[in-house]
Design a protein around this ligand. Structure first.
Ligand SMILES: *Cc1c(COP(=O)(O)O)cnc(C)c1O
Length: 471
């Protein structure tokens, strides 16, 4: 009845009363007053709605209201970014942050965060310099290029290269290389924004050097080659090699630019993996400019790296757009430390986590998986846990078609089904991300750090507990 509702609603305390209650006065010591007041209003509004919509006939006790206010305040002020355990086997997973940094890179970036540094200041001469100096020499030594310049990410690198060298002029690209890269990098769109005019040659599956040759004109600014990254064509295909393009470029006086995407600085074929193009090889083959990401196969922070001829790079340094694409100081610090590992240590593989994950052999992963399986034996009364040979993915557009052989723990539960298993693994304080495939959930330890195995065990424990409860 209407009057009853009104009576109950009148029992809801006022904002002032709640603010003066014991629990909430304490919260006022921990959180800004404006925030507490706003949350108290929200909580009281929820009370009112509960009474009207759910026909409640009592008002929550003051302690209950205070505790709700406390919970909401804690949730509002909690960090959104949290740790995730990557059991997907995708090493350079863009959605969860691509490469993990080396200890030295982590140390370098906290150092740069905590203190003033010689970021753009030449201490000896007592004057301004450029932040590029910290990585310039290292990149030249690692790639044998004449010059280097780093920006915020590789999409930015491509934008800067095209805008600097080809604004209002033509760039020739093969139709077979007009790809969209995960994270929605679409080359034709970036080209349009750069002011360059795209000239497509060849067909999706076949492009020959004649196609390029016929397209070259007075208006041609660049010949562009793009690493196809996350996509591979098989069958009746033909692609023009960088060497052929370099010859044509030399004959016609047109620079050749290659967007390598995941360009590698170390040779993965030494670890039995199909070789990804090495940046140094592309420079040696005559590319005038090469761009690649810092957080893909390089194993460092997000960055766009441009290497190549000094004359061309100098034009890029002068481009005002560079200021908008400028690399951040924390990134410079982390990138320098990563490059120092690659240049100066014989065991870079051991020290760069992503490189180690990519190159660990399948036996190493298998031993870890076997040991973990032993430790969770008790769960096999309700879960089927088996060791299976499958493939990890490098991700980030590298080696898309091959995968890396691995041994994963396949989790099956007739009671729960694979989508519930996958969800429960994700529901812990530290979510565990696994891969669903062929009606099982695969836990691939290749991408799990050793000290995270306990988190995986606990997550499997939660799955078993739910399964025992009948789902
Ligand atoms: C990944 C990739 C990009 C985009 O690089 P970001 O560093 O993510 O901006 C561009 N081109 C190619 C070929 C790529 O593989």
């Amino acid at each position: 009845m209407q009057t009853d509702r009104g009576d109950i609603l009148r029992k809801i305390p006022s904002v002032e009363t709640v603010l003066e209650s014991r629990g909430v006065t304490q919260l006022l010591g921990e959180y800004p007053r404006v925030l507490v007041v706003a949350v108290v209003r929200d909580v009281l509004e929820q009370e009112r709605r509960a009474i009207l919509e759910r026909n409640l006939d009592t008002v929550s006790a003051p302690e209950e209201i205070a505790s709700k206010v406390g919970d909401v305040l804690a949730a509002k002020t909690a960090r959104s970014m949290r740790r995730i355990v990557n059991a997907t086997g995708v090493v350079l997973h863009t959605n969860i942050g691509r490469a993990l940094l080396s200890e030295s890179a982590v140390e370098a970036l906290t150092f740069a965060a905590r203190y003033y540094t010689n970021l753009e200041y030449d201490v000896e001469r007592g004057r301004r310099t450029t932040r590029q100096v910290h990585v310039d020499r290292l990149l030249r030594e690692l790639t044998a290029a004449e010059a280097a310049h780093v920006v915020n990410n590789n999409a930015g690198a491509v934008l800067l290269v095209l805008n600097t060298l080809a604004q209002g002029r033509e760039v020739i690209v093969s139709r077979g290389e007009l790809v969209e890269i995960g994270g929605s990098f679409r080359l034709p769109e970036v080209m349009a924004k750069s002011g360059a005019v795209l000239v497509e040659v060849g067909t999706t599956n076949r492009t020959t050097i004649d196609d390029y040759e016929k397209a070259v004109s007075q208006d041609t600014a660049l010949l562009l080659k793009v690493h196809k990254s996350n996509f591979k064509m098989v069958g009746f295909v033909s692609e023009v090699s960088l060497e052929e393009l370099v010859d044509l470029g030399k004959n016609r006086g047109v620079p050749v630019v290659e967007d390598l995407g995941s360009g590698a600085l170390v040779d993965f074929s030494l670890h039995g993996l199909p070789g990804e193009p090495l940046v140094s090889e592309r420079i040696a083959a005559g590319a005038d400019v090469v761009t690649f990401s810092g957080d893909k196969l390089l194993g460092g922070p997000q960055a766009g790296i441009i290497v190549g001829r000094e004359g061309l790079l100098e034009q890029m340094r002068q481009n005002p757009l560079g200021r908008a694409l400028r690399i951040d100081k924390l990134t410079v610090a982390a990138l320098e430390a990563t490059l120092l590992e690659l240049l100066g240590t014989s065991d870079a593989r051991e020290r760069l986590p992503s490189l180690r994950m990519i190159t660990d052999d399948e036996e190493t992963v298998k031993l870890r998986a076997e040991a973990l399986l032993q430790r969770v034996q008790a769960l096999t009364d309700v879960l089927s846990l088996t060791l299976e040979r499958t493939l990890s993915q490098i991700g980030g557009g590298a080696l898309p078609e091959v995968g890396v052989p691995t041994w994963a723990i396949a989790v099956r539960s007739p009671v729960l089904g694979e989508s519930s298993v996958e969800r429960i693994l994700r529901e812990g304080e530290v979510p565990v991300l696994a891969r669903v495939e062929k009606e099982a959930v695969y836990i691939d330890l290749r991408t799990v750090l050793p000290d995270e195995e306990r988190i995986v065990e606990a997550a499997l424990g939660r799955v078993a507990l739910t399964a025992r409860g009948g789902g």
